[in-house]
Each structure stands twice: as C-alpha cells, then as structure tokens.
Design a protein around this ligand. Structure first.
Ligand code: PLP
Length: 407
C-alpha cells in the first residue's frame, strides 16, 4: 500500500459517508416528485440540509447544494457580480486575493475578459496572507465601484489561513458582499458561516470524507445571486438540476463526522504535521517550509498541510521519484499537458520562478499515521538527491504521464 500524503487533493471516503451513499444509491425517488418515493427522497435531502447547516454554523435555508467546490465558487463569484452590477452599473470591481484556487481565479479572470469586470489583486505577505489594510484602502478609495470581495478561508497549496472575518467585517461596513472559498478549511478548522459575516461560502464533499461531485454554497438569506445554471430552479431558484440524494446524504454524513471529530482530529493532525516538518527539514536541511508557520498549533495553518520548496530540483521530478518509493505527494499547483508551470501562489508570495519550481506539498488526513511520516522522512533524502541530479532542465517529462492537476 502506498503512503498517501495527498489528502488536500482528495481524502478517502469516511465509513459514515460510504454507508449513507450505498444506502441511498439502492433507493429511487426524485426529491421534487410528489409521490411517496419522492417525498422520502425529499426527507433525506432536507435532513441532510439540517445536518450540514449545523456543521457549518448556518441556517438550513442557507445551504444550496451544488456539484462541488468549483460550481459553488462559480455561482458565488458570477452570481454576486451579475446581481450587484445589474443593480448599479458602476459596480464592476472585484477585490480578489491572488492566491485563490483556479475555481475562483479563473472565474474572476473570465468576468474580466468577457463581462467588463475590473479586478483588484490584493497584495499578500511572504506567507501568502492578504493584507487587511490593503482591502480597507481599496474599498475606501471608491466603495460604490466594488461589486464583491473574494478571499479564500485557507490556501490549498501552502495552507495559510486568511483573516476572513476581519475582511468580511470591513466589507459589511460598506454593504459589500464577500465570498470565501472554504473548501480546504471546512472540516479542518472550526468555522461558522453565521459568525463569519460572509455573504457566500463554498464547501466540497471529497475534501472532508464525502464523495466527489457534491458540495454546497452557503448563501445568506438576504443575499441576491443571479443563477449560473438555468432549469427547474430546485435550490431557491439559485441553482437548477435534480438533487443528487445519495451524494447529499453522504455529504451530510461526512460533514457530521468531520466536524464531530475535529476537536481531537485537528490537534492530532497539527502535531503530526509538526513532526513531518521537523523530519523533512532534518532529512533535507535545504528544504524551505512555505506558508504560515504554526509551531504553537494556533490555527494559523491548515492542520494537515506541510508545503516545501526543495532547491535545485523540479517538483514533479521529486513527486515521481517519491511515487516510485511508494510515497504519494503533490506539487500542489497546476501543470497542464505535461508542462510544469510555477505556482501562481508561490509567485504571489514573492518567490522566483526557480524557487517555485521545487515545490512539494504533503497533506495529512484522517487515515494518516506516524508511520506515514516516518516513511516519507526515510525516502526523502535519496529521492531529493536523484531529483537534484536530474536538475532543473531535465525535469520528469520522461517518466511522467501528461495530465492536468488543479487541486
Ligand atoms: N477550492 C479549493 C481551495 C480547492 O482546494 C478545490 C479542490 O481542489 C476546489 C475549490 C474545487 O473543489 P471541487 O474539486 O469540489 O470542484
């Protein structure tokens, strides 16, 4: 069995979610149908909505089911932009962090290219954390021009947690809605939608032990969103499409389990992460930890995230050499059609392209153990030495299969 250190990409389904999924897959009924089977399916969906609302600190009516995090982010960013601009044509500015996942980043850039949006990219510090002062200055310079603010809760590559509640408070002073992509944070950090002051917040099933292809957008009750998908209007007329009862039931089971275990699981993973960081730096002293350090386990970094750059090698060479040694990790960023691109997150943090190329993310989750960390630490020195020898020029194109990852 390989050592799986890529829980941020997707984590194994939990026993509770698997049980709910298989139970519901063997049943039939469209939750919008009026007969007994339909009403039974509707009950399952509405019970799941209540469980998810409780897990995320929201009212059940604020849970809008989607096909995952990407759809939730698209719906929030496009939906807020269109609705705010339609109310007032001057509102075209999107204030956005430059370290967002592509689900937000590419949506914002699409609106810029095709729909008249003007984008303000916020500065971030060396750890990738957004400056609250910069948000304040940007809003104050022309509040009437701002359509929305979007800053993720925690970064999927380097694990840094953002000052989301502080920024939301600021935006709220001006009546400006804020979206946050909480796909990596939900289930890993304590969070409350009601307490955050956000207008919208995205979560996803497969990052928390639920199935792939289901998620939700939390939408405040007074928030107006223009739909992206048109059809039956199943979810508050905000999102159309027949509800996926089995996946929704499994999402609720996964959310309940993840949030229920968080008080013990969060500190356990954070301690394991610190052991991993110490082990990696001990085995390869050249390795540089990226993202906010959190040695006191103060919640400044995702508990399961350890991200490094390894000088003098390509991240994907190291990935494939570790894979050969039975360790599954990630470069953490996008590479398309076999061409490795330096991470936009690391570049925004001020790294050079060369520094950014040696990136490797190790992410822990509910199945991770001390022996996983020990196996990584044992395999790393040789993999690093070989990756370095392969050098920056001869990256892993010879041993990789072309693909795309946006995790
Ligand atoms: N946002 C973040 C921060 C993510 O890490 C991911 C998944 O990689 C997504 C959004 C997309 O979620 P999904 O895979 O459910 O579409």
């Amino acid at each position: 069995m390989p050592v799986y250190l890529d829980h941020a990409a997707t984590t194994p389904i939990s026993a509770q979610a698997l049980a709910a999924l298989t139970r519901e897959l063997s049943r039939c009924g469209n939750p919008s149908s009026l007969h007994g089977s339909g009403r039974r399916a509707r009950r399952v969906v509405e019970e799941a909505r209540e469980v998810i609302a409780a897990a995320v600190g929201a009212h059940p009516s604020e849970v809008v089911f989607t096909s995952g995090g990407t759809e939730a982010d698209n719906l929030a960013v496009k939906g807020l932009y269109w609705s705010r601009r339609n109310e007032d044509q001057r509102r075209r500015k999107i204030i956005c962090s430059p370290v967002e996942h592509h689900a937000v980043l590419d949506t914002v850039e699409w609106l810029q290219r095709h729909d008249g949006a003007e984008v303000c990219w916020l500065p971030v510090d060396d750890y990738g954390v957004v400056s609250v002062d910069a948000v304040r200055a940007e809003i104050a310079s022309d509040p009437g021009a701002v359509a929305l603010v979007t800053v993720m809760w925690a970064n999927n590559e380097v694990g840094s947690v953002q000052p989301v509640a502080e920024i939301a408070r600021l935006a709220n002073e001006y009546g400006i809605p804020m979206h946050s992509d909480a796909v990596q944070a939900f289930g890993s950090l304590p969070l409350s939608f009601a307490g955050s002051g956000l207008a919208t917040m995205a979560i996803s099933g497969h990052k928390i032990g639920g199935p792939v292809g289901v998620g939700a957008l939390l939408v405040g009750r007074a928030v107006k969103l223009t739909p992206v998908l048109h059809g039956g209007g199943q979810e508050r007329e905000i999102r159309s499409g027949t509800l996926d009862t089995p996946s929704i039931a499994a999402l609720a089971a996964a959310a309940e389990a993840a949030v229920g275990h968080l008080p013990e699981e969060g500190p356990r993973l954070a301690r394991l992460r610190e052991k991993l960081i110490a082990g990696v730096v001990g085995a390869v002293p050249e390795a540089v930890l990226r993202g906010t350090p959190d040695p006191e386990l103060a919640g400044l970094r995702l508990p399961g995230n350890a991200h490094f750059t390894f000088p003098g090698c390509e991240g994907d060479s190291l990935l494939f050499l570790l894979d050969l040694a039975g360790i599954e990790s990630s470069t953490g960023s996008a590479c398309t059609a076999g061409v490795p691109r330096p991470s936009h997150v690391l570049l925004a943090m001020g790294l050079t392209e060369e520094q950014a190329r040696g990136a490797q993310r190790f992410s822990l989750g509910h199945t991770s153990t001390e022996s996983d960390v020990e196996a990584l630490v044992a395999a790393l020195p040789e993999a690093y030495a070989r990756a370095r020898k392969a050098g920056m020029a001869g990256h892993a194109s010879s041993i990789r299969t072309a693909g795309t990852q946006h995790l």
